[in-house]
Write a protein that binds this ligand. Structure first.
Ligand SMILES: C[S@@+](CC[C@H](N)C(=O)[O-])C[C@H]1O[C@@H](n2cnc3c(N)ncnc32)[C@H](O)[C@@H]1O
Length: 238
């Protein structure tokens, strides 16, 4: 395993992000100010959230990869910056879920801060578990915990779930469930990275009868590393 893909290194990054002396309570991104609660994935410590927003077309002049006036679900909303920006950009119904209760509270706080609490529903749950069985969305999106940890690894804190996925168990379920949650013509999207195991992701997709289509790739520097992020659309295999 390369250093870049090392789950041990990602767990160290998780611990450091919680304890760094410069961890702020608020941060500026995408032209707005945001609350950051304790125990929540911190966008200021990595370029990934900003890159995710650019790739989706939520900020900047890139092509929007979501339906602007449609419905949007973000799995793993963290601070809520992506879900809230989707609502501010015109999405009429936004749902944000996270496995971390602190992230759900943080998303609610930021929806209130930016006065879109009437359009952003923040729910605690594992992937789609908090939704009604029939709920569907024009855009289904997850900026995932793309680093592969051994299947037997048990999280020591819920914050670690922002960084690594043991055995890609959550990814497997997302590959199956995300396309089942789209409206006709909707898109199921996964924001992944070359910090993750691309071969394993493609093997899983094939085993689940899913096709992965690249919508966008973006390389950027993170400390000494160059990282590539990839936005995939997931569809049932033809
Ligand atoms: C890389 S972070 C992205 C956070 C935020 N979307 C952002 O871009 O700043 C991944 C998020 O997925 C959440 N997560 C991990 N596993 C999950 C699961 N099974 N169900 C829901 N959320 C999950 C984590 O708690 C974390 O907030």
């Amino acid at each position: 395993m390369t250093e870049l893909k090392s789950y041990v290194r990602s767990l160290e990054r998780s611990r450091s992000a919680l304890t760094r002396a410069d961890r702020p309570r608020t941060f500026a991104m995408a032209g707005r100010e945001w609350d950051l609660l304790e125990d929540v994935f911190a966008p200021p410590f990595s370029a990934t959230t900003q890159v995710a927003m650019e790739i989706l077309g939520l900020v900047g002049d890139g092509e929007p990869r979501y339906r602007r006036d449609g419905s949007f679900i973000e799995i793993g909303s963290g601070t809520g910056i992506i879900a809230v920006t989707a609502a501010l950009n015109g999405c009429e119904r936004v749902v944000a879920t996270d496995i971390s209760t602190a992230a759900v509270e943080n998303t609610r706080l930021n929806a209130e801060r930016h006065r879109v609490a009437d359009r952003v529903r923040a729910l605690h749950g594992d992937l789609f578990s908090a939704l009604d069985p029939d709920e569907r969305f024009d855009t289904v999106y997850w900026h995932s915990n793309f680093v592969l940890a051994p299947e037997s690894y048990r999280y020591e804190t819920v914050h670690e779930a922002a960084y690594v996925d043991p055995g890609y168990q959550a990814h497997r379920r997302y590959l199956v469930e995300a396309p089942l949650r789209t409206t006709a013509g909707g898109r199921a999207l996964l924001q992944f990275s070359d910090r993750g195991d691309l071969d394993r992701l493609h093997e899983l997709a094939a085993a689940c009868d899913r096709e992965l289509t690249v919508h966008c790739r973006r390389s950027f520097a993170e400390g000494p590393d160059t990282i590539e992020h990839i936005l995939y659309e997931i569809t049932p295999a033809s």
